[in-house]
Design a protein around this ligand. Structure first.
Ligand code: GLY
Length: 354
């Protein structure tokens, strides 16, 4: 078992990483929610058949009454309609302010369940049980919860820190290769922005079998970097921006593929390569860095380039929540393991992408 403590004052919590942890979720949740009687388990149609009954069983053995709330799999579930249905179902279940919500699944489930927990009854306790690599290394940690609007992704949301993050790396064994690679884009991001040795480690262990043989080390390293960034800037007003390396352009690629052709990780992968190229052209990034980054991403079966028109870039940059007025902050690499935010006019960024 590896444990990380996220120190956020009264909102502090532990991240636990251990194979087989799914069988201990009852006792772990009892420790952080001693007064809870009912637990609403939010999951989706992919995850419920794999782990739903097992988690329910472990929670009931710890004395909780459980309700299983299974929504459709996929980004479409992160919408106001499903959120409202979840609120109503939670009330019907009899959830009270001392009860808790558990997110059992990937990033979509975590975001939707977390926003439901943050808003139902003006906020109830929330526990993350992430089951995808992307959710384990990124979205389950740090308290960002949201739903999508027609105007863009994650536009209605808030910060609502979990009371605990319980990750069982064994759940990654049921992911298909594409979903595993999707999470690896975020793993590579951590090496790029904060830990050159970790980047080199990934280069030396790029196959899924090698990565899974070292998965606790990988999850711990990524979550430790995220912990340290979130502790310095919980509400994303400055330093947390480095976590968006590859994401500004990645959002453009997601948009270019209508959020269907490319997964988030694939888009971030190409976005990191584009940001590395941009950094070289601006004299910030060493010339040999993009080749090294592309080599690792290719070995992980991730794209290093996605076609995108100037119009789509402009639309994505215009919608980017990080942009202030006509300027935008772009995360660039000064070297492998060191990121910097560069504020530049949006027009200059668009020129640099042509
Ligand atoms: N995924 C970026 C953040 O949590 O800030």
């Amino acid at each position: 078992m590896k444990t990380l403590h996220v120190d956020l004052g009264s909102r502090s919590y532990d991240i636990q990483i251990a194979p087989g942890l799914l069988d201990k979720v009852g006792e772990e949740i009892r420790k952080v929610c001693p007064r809870a009687k009912r637990i609403a388990i939010v999951t989706d149609t992919n995850v419920e058949p794999l782990y739903g009954a097992r988690v329910e069983d472990r929670l009931e053995a710890a004395g909780f009454d459980t309700g299983l709330f299974t929504g459709p799999a996929g980004e479409g579930a992160k919408c106001a309609t499903h959120l409202a249905a979840l609120w109503e179902a939670m009330m019907h279940f009899g959830l009270t302010r001392t009860d808790a919500v558990v997110a059992l699944g990937g990033g979509v489930v975590g975001d939707l369940a977390g926003f439901a927990a943050a808003t139902i009854l003006r906020g109830v306790d929330f526990i993350q049980i992430p089951t995808t690599l992307l959710a384990q290394v990124d979205s389950s940690v740090g308290g960002k919860v949201a739903i999508d609007l027609a105007a863009g992704k994650n536009l209605a949301g808030c910060f609502w820190q979990p009371r605990a993050v319980l990750m069982d790396p064994d759940t990654l064994n049921t992911l298909d290769d594409k979903t595993f690679s999707d999470g690896m884009a975020e793993v590579v991001k951590y090496g790029c922005i904060a830990d050159r040795d970790f980047f080199e480690f990934l280069c030396a262990h790029p196959s899924r079998a090698q990565l899974m043989a070292n998965i606790e080390h990988i999850l711990y390293t990524c979550c430790n970097i995220k912990r340290s960034v979130v502790e310095k800037d919980e509400l994303d007003t400055g330093k947390r921006m480095v976590l968006n390396f590859g994401h500004t352009l990645g959002h453009a690629y997601e948009l270019a593929g209508n959020y269907e052709k490319w997964t988030h990780g694939q888009a971030v992968s190409a976005g990191m390569c584009a940001a590395a190229g941009l950094g070289v052209s601006l004299g910030v990034t060493p010339a040999q860095l993009p080749g090294r980054l592309e080599g690792l991403l290719k070995a992980l079966d991730l794209p290093t380039h996605i076609d995108c028109t100037a119009e789509v870039y402009a639309a994505a940059i215009g919608h980017d929540k990080k942009g202030a007025g006509e300027d935008i902050s772009v995360i660039l690499l000064e070297e492998l393991g060191r990121a910097v935010a560069k504020k530049m006019p949006k027009a200059k960024l668009l020129e640099g992408l042509q």
